[in-house]
Design a protein. Sequence first.
Length: 408
Amino acid sequence: MNRKKLFVTAVFLIATAFYFVFYHKDKTLKFVPKNADVVILVDVKNVTRQYICALAFHPSQWFRGGKNKISIKKSGLKIPDFLQVFHIKDTKFSDWYSIFEIKDKQAFLSFLKQEKFVNEGENLFQKDNFFIKIEGQNCIVGTSASAFENINRLFLQFSQRTVYSADQYIDNTSGSISFISGEKIQNFSIELNHGDIEIKNSSKSIDFTSLIDMLERKVRFSDIELDAKNIKNYAGFFDKSISDSSQINYFKLTSDLEQVSYTIITYGYDDNFNEIEKKSFQKIIQPNYSISLQSSNPGKTWEYFQHKKWINAQNQFTIIPFQPNNISKIKDGFEIKSMRKPVPLSQKLNENYIFVRNNDSLLSSFNILNVAEKKIISAVDYIFYGNRGQDYYVRIKGKKGDLPLILR
């Protein structure tokens, strides 16, 4: 009988410990400021359970960590149950922040040294496009050069916090993205699957399968089709007035990539000061594309383009950096085509979508990316965005591999 009681007690204690370690969560969001307009949450315990489950079925990954390497868990930071990343209203789209409590400052400094962060003085550290500012018992993590400039100025705003609950933003998923406008919050769930990441704003099963399958078969690089509402949504990231002023109500793009060799000729002199010609060759990635724009008032749209000086004397649409191209008037709108080798527009599907397939040759053009960032991008097969009515859906598909995404 005593053995049975002991066994029951042991099972109860193990179950209780298991619950508190893997399921019990502190849902208080202490580090979301009042002036945040976008909040990203990651359910740390949910993702941890996924990681352990995946690891259990892949023994080859059990001992891949370095013996003497400091892990995030031992970095001196207090890892919250919900990782909180946010964007501040009226700052650049590339400026994102997260705040952590510091449990052990010396351990944290050792972790920063291991990760090769450079000490810029005044408790400010930098590595590539990440910046960390230690303020008392907290540290702020920021992205981009402008974030580096804004960290000191914005710290007062960070301290003006309102305590939120995770229940306002996330509902039993791996993560969430929330857009905040006054009292209105629009939540999008993030699910980390075996081979892809899904982001959607509806618990309903939005079926884009047939559309995605067709695009996977036919699209070599990118295909986009958007109506007026989606154009306005995307234009808002850059200049909210563009979609209204230009009166564009339909956008269609089909593009492909091609590696082009260019001959570069320079001149020098030999030992006898005779001019000699030197040739070198450079390979660059050149997009070939066709774009269709429809407008509710093509005449005013053309005037708007000219006013913005987006059309030059050669009828090139200069806002597109990949030139030469040609813009011409058609019924209800305009066509823009790359002059070197335009590709035909794909069939109009009366859908709202963006499909961009990864291309390994692109990575060589992204000199600003470090090795880790290039590795992440190279693991992506394609990105799909779809919209029907009030339902939005994004799929980030990973390339085929033996390991689930969470272990890659």
